[in-house]
Ligand binder design. Structure first.
Ligand code: ATP
Ligand code: MG
Ligand code: FE
Length: 347
């Protein structure tokens, strides 16, 4: 039967129902951004209370729109980490409660795995043979909380090739935007401002560019932005230079990742996939498109609503895991920290 997905790891409360073949029957996201904006970032306690307030209505809504009752479901999948513990407890407990009450299998979903498997959703990418990404592929997870190059080798098989040594890339966008006096979350505002600027007018560093491996570092770039602001450079020029630097670094890291194991031997990567909120950035996408083209690979960038936090990806992960016979007990404990390389792989 159809699978219900629940997401509550950060500041999006979301529910979705997918048919076993991946068809989206109903989906719904409530973004708490406005609740947190006046604090300049996500307030964990507020987030947990908002998840509790909104989740029951969201779940009832997707069930109604899909024309289903809980008894019609084939399973429940809820994000159980990594993320803010209060929100995880709300979403995972709700999901486990429903699974227990209706005797349904439960899947405790790792949020990063859900981002990683999104490009496998059938029907989303009609250009691909088979309709979705096939293993192995390179995932660039570029979000507010994460910045990683991951080799997606199979269900539950993820090799983290590189990560950030300090700030996540979305965090770097948000902190730099704040220095430029833009509202939180600053990424989209900074992108808009960058359109009016000239990157060549402000010299900014490109951290780790050309360096071995595919790690990232953004704190030095943020400091350089602060210095450029202090020197009186035009804010639009700084924004343009910052964005150009990030795009160049991300492209360089992706190029390096494609040359690392397991991609250094046949069959190599089947695709370059970008996900996370920063995947919405046009300069970053264009830079990655050039890397993919040079490597002869398709660049898969899911639609923005599936790049940022959503429950469709959680339900889809549930479907993939249920198919492989992987379920979790009704007393599974949420994990605020849960690295991708600690997952149960498919047999
Ligand atoms: P995670 O998924 O790691 O738990 P998160 O929920 O904060 O973290 P997302 O919702 O995927 O991450 O993405 C939010 C981030 O994306 C924010 O930092 C935001 O500024 C950034 N972002 C969104 N749109 C753009 C854009 N057009 N350009 C640059 N950054 C953007
Ligand atoms: Mg978010
Ligand atoms: Fe996320």
């Amino acid at each position: 039967g159809p699978v219900l997905g629940i997401e509550s790891s950060c500041d999006e409360t979301a529910a979705a129902i997918l048919a076993p073949d991946g068809t989206i029957l109903a989906e719904s996201v409530f973004s708490q951004t406005e609740d947190h904006a006046r604090f300049g970032g996500v307030v964990p306690e507020l987030a947990a209370r908002a998840h509790l307030a909104h989740l029951p209505g969201l779940v009832a809504g997707v069930l109604q729109r899909a024309g289903l009752t809980p008894r019609d479901l084939g399973g429940v999948a809820a994000t159980s980490g990594p993320g803010l513990i209060g929100g995880l407890i709300v979403g995972a407990s709700y999901g486990k409660g429903m699974a227990m009450a209706h005797r349904l299998p439960f899947v405790a979903v790792n949020h990063l795995e859900a981002h990683a498997l999104t490009p496998r959703l059938p029907g989303l990418f009609p250009g691909l043979p088979g309709g979705g990404a096939e293993f192995p592929y390179l995932l660039l997870l570029l979000s507010g909380g994460h910045c990683q190059c991951v080799a997606v080798e199979g269900l539950g098989r993820y090799r983290r090739l590189g990560t950030t040594l300090d700030d996540a890339v979305g965090e770097a966008f948000d902190k730099s935007a704040k220095l430029l006096g833009l509202p939180w979350p600053g990424g989209p505002h900074l992108e808009r401002l960058a359109r009016e600027g000239d990157a060549a007018r402000v010299p900014l560093p490109r951290p780790l560019l050309g360096r071995e491996g595919c790690d990232f570092s953004f704190s030095g770039l943020k400091t350089a932005v602060a210095q450029a602001v202090a020197k009186g450079h035009a804010h639009a020029d700084i924004a343009a230079a910052f964005q150009a630097s990030v795009a160049a670094v991300v492209a360089d890291r992706a190029r390096h990742a494609l040359a690392m194991a397991p991609f250094d031997r046949k069959p190599g990567a089947t695709a370059l996939v970008v996900s996370g909120g920063v995947a919405a950035n046009t300069a970053v996408r264009e830079a990655l498109a050039r890397v993919a083209e040079a490597a002869g690979l398709p660049l898969i960038a899911p639609p923005i609503r599936l790049c940022t936090d959503n429950a469709v990806m959680v339900a889809w992960t549930g479907i993939e895991r249920l198919r492989a016979g992987l379920t979790d007990p009704w007393n599974h404990a949420p994990r605020p920290r849960w690295p991708l390389d600690e997952l149960t792989p498919a047999a």
